[in-house]
Ligand binder design. Sequence first.
Ligand code: SF4
Ligand code: F3S
Length: 107
Amino acid sequence: MAFVVTDNCIKCKFTDCVDVCPVDCFHVGPNFMVIDPDECIDCTLCEPECPANAIFAIDELPEGQEIFADLNAELSKTWPVLTEVQDAMPDADEWNGKKDKLQYLER
Ligand code: SF4
Ligand code: F3S
């Protein structure tokens, strides 16, 4: 199994998640974060840390978020690991909760 970062992280990227991951499996892009499914040990620690409630177990993905399982696997192959909390995106609080942000994903 693995945990998956989903739509609501886009344009928010609060990064609180990276602080708790014991195996450093978060990878960072321009405006989104992903989890490497081959490294995640399902410890569950990151899920409650995300202010955007964007992290789910892969078998508990909300309807319509299934595509993010593949995106996490794909993008974690090329994006660098992030282990220290950074500033959130500008306007993160305004974007938190907006729907269908996949169109804004920058690679
Ligand atoms: Fe890291 Fe645990 Fe979250 Fe997996 S479930 S990404 S191991 S903090
Ligand atoms: Fe994204 Fe939530 Fe982490 S917004 S960067 S998954 S804390």
